[in-house]
Structure formats: structure tokens, C-alpha cells
Write a protein that binds this ligand. Structure first.
Ligand code: FES
Length: 111
């Protein structure tokens, strides 16, 4: 189903739905390239998290690790926590987080 992804006055955009997140595990939205958004549900807090998955080292796209408790960068091995914090260099800066809110079934992200 199509959702209205236009930017709202408050800067939030609907980038996915709760059923979609449940079905797919993660949602990656490249509409705002070069500022992609990756949305996932934190396995412990159950909170919906949205962050920019471009590695802060040289811009490769990070991937959720097999056990889903951190992000790996395929290029030079940086690792980031689910909150975006750097766990292993060479990256030095965290992955930027976006504000997220839910509205019914919609997931809204401030990009
Ligand atoms: Fe990610 Fe270099 S681009 S570690």
C-alpha cells in the first residue's frame, strides 16, 4: 500500500508502517539520498530507532550483524552499536540518529 511520504510542516515524513517493519525487520529508505534512513526495532527496548546507515568513516552502508546486536561496516570493519555509537574504529563519529514517532500504523521520521 502506498503511503503519503511528503514532508510535513513539522519536518517529519512517513517512511514506513508498523506492519511493514514487522514483516521486513528493517526498512531502508533512500528517498532523501544522500541521507538514507534505516529503521528497525531495538530488540531490547522495543523502541523504533531510525539512523543514517552511512558509515561515518568513508560512507559505505553498514549492515546489521548476524545476531542483530550491532552494525558492521563491510568496508574497513568499523562497528557501531544499535544506538549508533562507535564500538570499533576506524570510524570515529557515531551514526546520526533521527527523531521517530508513530502515528497509528505510520512510522514518521524527522530527516
Ligand atoms: Fe566504514 Fe571505512 S567506510 S569502516
Amino acid at each position: 500500500p502506498q503511503i503519503d511520504t511528503s514532508m510535513r510542516e513539522d519536518g517529519f515524513q512517513a517512511l514506513g508502517t508498523i506492519p511493514q517493519l514487522q514483516a521486513e525487520g528493517t526498512i531502508v529508505d533512500r528517498r532523501n539520498a544522500p541521507k538514507p534512513v534505516l529503521i528497525f526495532r531495538h530488540p531490547e527496548t522495543q523502541a523504533i530507532v531510525a539512523l543514517n546507515p552511512m558509515c561515518t568513516h568513508q560512507g559505505c552502508t553498514v549492515e546489521l550483524s548476524a545476531d542483530e546486536n550491532l552494525f558492521d561496516c563491510p568496508c574497513h570493519g568499523s562497528q557501531f552499536g544499535l544506538d549508533g555509537a562507535v564500538l570499533s574504529p576506524p570510524a570515529e563519529k557515531p551514526l546520526p540518529l533521527f527523531e521517530v514517532k508513530e502515528e497509528g500504523d505510520l512510522i514518521l521520521v524527522k530527516t
